[in-house]
Write a protein that binds this ligand. Structure first.
Ligand SMILES: [Zn+2]
Length: 355
């Protein structure tokens, strides 16, 4: 029977093709097999040429058998394609999981420049004999103002643009409430502390941020006088900056110290001469931009602790002490020559990774 013979030929050709397809190793090989099997001159098509020898009844039977064979070959091609794709993916994954491969390099994080400068200042104060102390950032009016000789309705409260939580609770405007808490906790002198942390004021421009960092020193002991304050601050600034740093005191006013002083140091840009070595650091009049040609820049506030403060914490009447406070951002800006305080808080990795 001719039909039977042709169908057997078809079957043999089909199983032959499927075996070859299953053994194929590349997609190129697969494509040439596809052409060879079901293209116009393909081996399955070739069997259909025997159609003429068949009776009209048998022809559709051979056609149906050929279609089925072609479907199975197509399936085999589809499977082989997936198999090759999976193998390629697995090979790629194997390479990615090769733990012995050298890495592309990791970028390590570092502490924020403000934290670095804070640590630097505190470590200088450690060496001068101050002990570190912290306190809450949300503070009672008593610790932030009242005990520091800012009576209610005193105009000095307007010096500090305060964020109020409610009538008697504020975001601390300075680190001085730490002094009060420490003195009350210890109950008696002596007291040698460096209070530090975040403080808040309603103020924002290129040199002020609503949140910034302060560090202050408090030294309370019998016989402490203005000379100790001057010597300590001079040693502090000479260590923090350079041994050549010039220091001068100007009379000022703070509610919690009497007498009070603003402390200036020689300009870090021009070394105190008023004219910077680098012409780009000078203004159009040829004067240093940083100090405007004066040779001095303001760096901290200081003074002898007001007796009213000791009264608020029940320290003996004859006790003496000095205190000074410094802005961490201010020091960082001077040390690194940064003119806009906001750069510290924009979290720009390109800026922060320079320190
Ligand atoms: Zn200068």
């Amino acid at each position: 029977m001719v039909l039977q013979a042709l169908i057997e030929e078809l079957g043999a050709e089909e199983s032959n093709l499927i075996k070859t397809i299953e053994a194929a190793l590349s997609s190129e090989e697969l494509e040439s097999l596809r052409v060879k099997a079901i293209g116009k001159k393909g081996s399955l098509t070739k069997v259909l040429r025997g159609m003429g020898k068949l009776s009209p009844d048998d022809r559709p039977k051979l056609g149906a058998a050929a279609n089925q064979a072609r479907d199975r070959v197509n399936n085999a091609l589809e499977h082989a394609k997936k198999r090759l794709e999976n193998a390629a993916l697995e090979a790629e994954l194997k390479i990615q999981l090769d733990l012995s491969e050298p890495s592309a390099g990791l970028s390590l994080g570092s502490s924020h420049p403000i934290m670095q400068v804070q640590e630097e200042i505190l470590s200088v104060m450690d060496r001068l004999g101050f002990q570190r102390a912290e306190g809450p950032e949300i503070e009672h009016d008593f610790y932030n103002f009242e005990a520091l000789n800012f009576p209610h309705n005193h105009p000095a409260r307007d010096m500090q643009d305060t964020f109020f939580v409610d009538e008697n609770v504020v975001l601390r405007t300075h680190t001085s409430p730490i002094q009060i808490r420490q003195m009350l906790a210890q109950g008696e002198p002596p007291m040698h502390i460096s209070g530090y942390g975040r403080v808040y004021r309603h103020d924002q421009d290129a040199t002020h941020s609503p949140m910034f960092h302060q560090i202050e020193g408090l030294w309370v002991d019998h016989g402490v006088h203005l000379g100790h304050l001057k010597g300590t601050i001079t040693a502090f600034l000479e260590t923090l900056f350079t041994p050549e740093t010039g220091v001068r005191f100007r009379p000022s006013y703070f509610p919690f110290t009497e007498p009070s002083a603003e402390v200036d140091m020689s300009c870090v840009m021009c070394g105190g001469s008023g004219v910077a070595h680098d012409p780009a650091a000078n203004n159009e009049h040829g004067k240093c931009k940083m100090c405007k040609g004066t040779g001095w820049i303001e760096i901290l506030g200081a003074g002898m602790v007001d007796p009213n403060v000791f009264g608020a914490v029940n320290f003996p009447k004859d006790i003496r002490g000095f205190a000074f406070g410094i802005g961490v951002e201010r020091v960082a800006m001077l040390k690194y020559g940064i003119s806009d305080i906001r750069m510290f808080y924009e979290n720009d990795h390109r800026f922060l990774s320079q320190f």
